[in-house]
Design a protein around this ligand. Structure first.
Ligand SMILES: C[S@@+](CC[C@H](N)C(=O)[O-])C[C@H]1O[C@@H](n2cnc3c(N)ncnc32)[C@H](O)[C@@H]1O
Length: 266
């Protein structure tokens, strides 16, 4: 079971999104237990202050040591990892989500405390003394860490056995094999003159798998050349002349048909 304690000034920003849909069901099934705590509960002054002015002057306020130390010391267990949400941290990605989910994938337990910053962030002594991992969700600045923590918790939780209806859903998704997922279609087979690729109606699973890989590669090459280059370097056999000859050439994505022209044509 994965247990996560979240320390934040905005517990509802955690509890509301994580009680919905797949995350809500994962909690009901006992796969994950997320507890959002109000950090002010560990501030003992009259106004429950959690911030103070910057030492040496400067714009803004900083989150104080005292409530954070007290809260973490109370919630921490033997194997707890404390994760600080900060734009200065390691950039979150699918491999990091897998790393954080790993202890629980074979039925084990893990306990994380997510510390969510606000204002100008947290006092450096918190980072130096209590934090095991600093995590960023990307190179931009949010107003507070609870929003980032929801993103990270959601991405970890959906990797836990039983969280998704079908485990293959996460195995076949973008990034799982280093590529973006191939284009996907649902009914009707023809919509406004746009047909589902024939291969999906053929019932030929090998041909469908080949089609998906080729289009996954093409999409990755266009949208994420960095991922494409890494995949190509790791799979030289895919581009061998023998293999290439067997494959049908890739078609490039056509621009979206003009709406006026295609309307009522199905
Ligand atoms: C306004 S930000 C503080 C930014 C800080 N002064 C700096 O320049 O690094 C307030 C809080 O939002 C959270 N935050 C903002 N952007 C984030 C990001 N990209 N990833 C993770 N957390 C972020 C952090 O918890 C941070 O302490």
């Amino acid at each position: 079971m994965l247990t996560i304690d979240v320390l934040t000034l905005f517990p509802e920003l955690i509890s509301t999104p994580l009680s919905q849909s797949i995350m809500g069901r994962a909690a009901d099934k006992g796969i994950i237990d997320v507890r959002a705590h109000q950090l002010r509960d560990w501030a003992h002054d009259k106004h429950h202050r959690t911030d103070d002015y910057l030492c040496g002057g400067g714009q803004g306020m900083l989150m104080k040591c005292e409530p954070i130390f007290e809260a973490i010391e109370e919630l921490r267990r033997e194997n707890t990892k404390v994760i600080l949400m900060t734009p200065q941290g390691r950039v979150f990605s699918q491999p990091v989500a897998e790393e954080l989910a790993a202890p629980c994938v074979d039925g084990g337990d893990a306990h994380y405390i997510f510390l969510c910053g606000h204002y100008e962030g947290v006092d450096q002594r918190v980072i130096d003394t209590l934090v095991d991992m600093e995590l960023s969700i990307g190179d931009y600045i949010l107003t507070n860490g609870a929003i980032a923590a929801v993103v990270v918790i959601d991405a970890i939780a959906r990797l836990l056995p039983g969280a998704l209806g079908d485990a293959r859903s996460s195995e076949e998704e973008s990034f799982a094999n280093g590529l973006l997922e191939a284009p996907a279609y649902t009914k009707p087979n023809v919509f406004r003159g746009m047909a589902v690729p024939e291969v999906f109606l053929s019932g030929n699973h090998k041909a469908m798998a080949e089609w998906k890989l080729e289009h996954s590669l093409e999409r990755t090459k266009t949208n994420r050349p960095d991922l494409y280059a890494a995949w190509a370097a790791a799979h030289p056999e895919y581009f061998s002349p023998k293999k290439k000859k067997k494959r049908t050439p890739l078609t490039h994505y056509k621009p979206r048909p003009d709406k006026m022209e295609t309307e009522h044509k199905e």
